[in-house]
Design a protein around this ligand. Structure first.
Ligand code: NDP
Length: 320
């Protein structure tokens, strides 16, 4: 089997390199995996992207590439749409035309956050900013391509939130600030689930591949993929700082000096949803239907379980 992974240098792309490596290391018949970053393939360049797909001929396409600069997107709409909507359309069309499997990623920002309770996969998309709009258009386009093409291919769009991994993210920003300042003010009225990139890559491959790294059949569509539970940015900041202190890092800020504030007190160019809670019942039902307790257990992992080891690893690697 041939697997093509876009976005190899991003948080999720690096997690896929790790996870695919682990899963295939002991296999006799290893899949051929090609990882590409923006240098090898600028996905905004339709010609280059199409050429790569036709040349490599993947049976599984994993799109971990994205335009993720949420605030900058407000003034770079064309580029955000080229990367987050048009490129996935081209990948989806290739997958549909060649009976391939396509894994793509989307975001809580496709919602306006006004719903009370947990968002479901079929809830109306109503993004607040350009980034969310470009990701929402990507979702719609992928579904349209597969619906209009006679194909044995399949796709999964994993909607996730608050991703942290090997790269820039909220936790790393907070830890940097906690070294510099004695007090932090962090938003405490936006709710969501911090998601480890490693966890997300594992859950994705749990759906797409069996233990021999052969493709599984699943129902095409959107799947919410976030760990269990919820917190606020303030809750996440407090845990990250405490975990760093517990790992022996010297910080100027302690959890008691992290003050909760309202989102309106910290305006940003792109508005964010107040409620990013997403139900994972749909993915839950798939794994339950397969009778696979270990996959269910992993899906049900509480959000905070992965934060402590993540911060401890940053400390160990001297990255705080
Ligand atoms: P990152 O920003 O860490 O990585 C995105 C990657 O996309 C980068 O490696 C970047 O390459 C690559 N990329 C950007 N533009 C291009 C281009 N024109 N051609 C080729 N590659 C390009 O994102 P994450 O790993 O955090 O996100 C993974 C997915 O999860 C995305 O779909 C994102 O929308 C979604 N998501 C992320 C959240 C988060 O908090 N980060 C929250 C919710 C959803 P380079 O480094 O070379 O520029």
């Amino acid at each position: 089997m041939k697997i093509l992974v876009f976005g190899k240098d991003g948080q999720l792309g690096k997690a896929f390199q790790e996870e695919l490596g682990v899963r295939t290391s002991k296999l006799l018949a290893k899949p051929v995996v090609q990882y590409v970053g923006s240098t090898e393939c600028d996905v905004a360049n339709e010609e280059v992207l199409t050429q790569l797909l036709n040349h490599f001929q993947p049976q599984l396409i994993i799109n971990a590439s994205a335009y993720t600069a949420v605030d900058k997107a407000e003034t770079e709409s064309d580029l955000a749409f080229a990367i987050n909507a048009r490129a996935p359309e081209i990948m989806a069309q290739y997958a549909a035309d060649h009976d391939a499997t396509f894994l793509h990623y989307s975001t809580d920002y496709v919602f306006n956050g006004e719903k009370y309770g947990y968002y479901l996969e079929d809830d109306l998309r109503n993004p607040l900013g350009v980034y969310g709009k470009s990701k929402a258009t990507g979702e719609e386009t992928i579904a349209r391509v597969f619906a209009s093409t006679r194909s044995n291919g399949q796709y999964a769009i994993f909607r996730t939130s608050w991703v942290y991994g090997d790269g820039g993210n909220f936790i790393r920003t907070i830890l940097r600030l906690a070294k510099e300042r004695e007090e932090l003010k962090i938003i405490n009225d936006q709710f969501g689930a911090p998601t480890s990139a490693d966890w997300l890559a594992q859950v994705s491959l749990n759906l797409a591949l069996d233990e021999h790294a052969h493709l599984r059949r699943f129902r095409s569509g959107i799947y919410h993929a976030v760990p269990a539970g919820e917190t606020t940015w303030h809750g996440l900041a407090c845990l990250a700082v405490q975990a760093a202190l517990d790992a022996g890092v010297t910080l100027r800020t302690h959890p008691s000096a992290i003050k909760p504030i309202l989102a309106v007190e910290y305006p940003l160019p792109a508005p964010r949803p107040m409620n990013s809670r997403m139900s994972t019942d749909k993915l839950h039902q798939v794994f339950a239907g397969w009778g696979d307790m270990s996959k269910l257990e992993q899906l049900n992992q509480p959000w905070d379980k992965a934060v402590r080891p993540y911060v401890a690893n940053l400390a160990k690697d001297g990255l705080i």
